[in-house]
Design a protein around this ligand. Sequence first.
Ligand code: GLA
Ligand code: ZN
Length: 667
Amino acid sequence: MEKKLFDGIIHGGDYNPEQWLGTPEVLDEDIRLMKAAHVNCATLGVFSWAVLEPEEGVYNFGWLDEIMNRLHANGIDVVLATPSAARPHWLAEKYPEVLRTPESGIRNEFGVRRNHCLTSPVYREKVREINRRLAERYKNHPALKMWHVSNEYRGECHCELCQQAFREWLKEYYHDSLDELNFKWWNDFWSHRVTDWSQINSPKSRGEYHTHGLQLCWNRFVSDSHISFFENEIIPLREITPDIPVTTNLMNMHPCIDYQKFAKHLDLVSWDSYPHWDKGFNESEAAKTAFAHDAFRSMKDGQPFFMMECTPSLVNWHGVNKLPRSGRNALAAIQAVAHGADSVQYFQWRKSRGGYEKFQGAVVDHCGHENTRVFREVSQLGKHLENLSEVTGKYCDARIAVVYDWENNWAVKDFAGYNNENRNYLDECVKWYTPFFEKGISVDVISMDSDFSKYDLVIAPFLYMLKDGTDERIEEYVKNRGNFVATYLTGVVDKDDLCFLGGLPANNLKNVFGIWAEETDSLPEGITNSAACFGKEYEVSHVCDIIHARDAEILGEYKKDFYADTPALTKNRFGKGTAYYVAFRNDKDFARDFCERLIEEIKLKPDCGVSTPDGVYVRKRGECIFITNFADEEKAFTLDREYFDLINGEPVSGKITLPVCGYRVIK
Ligand code: GLA
Ligand code: ZN
């Protein structure tokens, strides 16, 4: 499948000329340098509100007109931001309700960014107004290619307006029935029965923080508030510029907003990728980053996404900001494109002279010229990306999916019980993703609401919470030829965090998996059990279910403790498909071995014929095969036939040697 918004790969990033209006020679240099760096797009206006509207109702667009004109004249497109992530002093002074109130209940003063109430009608109106002015002004500007709404939405507000909005949200969710709410929150526990909607407040450490139903609802409400804030922002954009796509930059697998839900409101998903290479440039970080790329790509059924930010050199907010070795950032950028990104955009183009981010890496450093290591690497990458334009718009077709679900994450992080110290939901999902990633097999990362039927294999680690109908959808899927893998603590609670009665996993899943999970053991750090499967022993850590096989075949058993010799791994034929239950947690060895067997069993072919040594990852996108060396040393391998190298434009075959951070794109 293919869907193109732009012609080539976008290469550019956040550009903040408003910081340099007093030194026009810097702005002239920017254009020359952008061209030298093969930059074709600039993101403008992310934090420009105070310059755009210096006084209430007084607008100042001249500088932006000039910058946009100049960029356009030089062949550089613009992603234009709405400025709601930071506001001018006058706005907060005149309308204090726009400021955010943290848990303490004491309203914040003006400062930092993202410091706004999500409900305030005044703020929503002011945001709509500035957005309307921007849209009116630039609706016909030829440089305008996309809207970047706000910046990295996140956080929550506990002000009275938000409390009221929360209560209204609850009334709708629970059909105006306090009885329903009391039942779902199990409020007769600890005498928590609510008799008036006004008694309900946001969860907080000086109040209620042990009612899981309340916490889940608050998570959903905060997430929905961001989405409705966004919907409010885009009213004028949709009206005045209906053909300009709208996005907002999401933040890794950040828990604050249900991105899988939010994505449906965006024309294109974009996210900011800042891997922790500071903790060592390593293969597991490569897998984790790839997992996130695939999660964002999967949010709109595989539609390509934008990597709206990454650093061209280093960041300023890691504990220790180690310089990247040469080639590292380019390799990460190529990885993003391999996994479906149609852009490589940096934060930021030019380093701020002052302020909090003066040491955050930029394409142009304080020295102001292009004779730097970072600049050379960025421009070389820009050149390479120009040769890869044919991949843009290309979807990847995955036959495997790993379920990572935002709402399940909320439920998992808050419940008390079992192993409170080692939840690691995300890490567990990445662990099951990694074996396929290492083999160059495409994987989608989906929510539990997604359509399972298009996959040959669905793996849903730690699917503790089931939304309405999820169990039936799993059953349907397996019945009709699907292969489904579940692990310990699957199907324990419903969407309100009420436990399922009648034995686990919930409802008919006991028949689908052919098991009954009677108890769950938790293992402190350093204490392990072991499971014998396929003639090997695997360490069991953190958490494991004690299960009974009813119809299921037993593929592995525990070796120690009072549940030695009971099943640890089962397989059940159900309808035309197969359901596996992995009752224990293990480090990645088990997942690797087990996935290898699954690949054989379901006869899954690799996406391409290129096989590479450890640390060198292959990913196919369209006709193109991306080969990336994330190992700490030079690696060599042999191609299975002749290919065409897109970057240097020559045929390639035989032995390939990739230096550290080296990459090739062939077809
Ligand atoms: C985030 C923000 C940017 C900038 C960078 C710094 O991603 O969106 O405005 O602060 O971090 O790394
Ligand atoms: Zn508020």
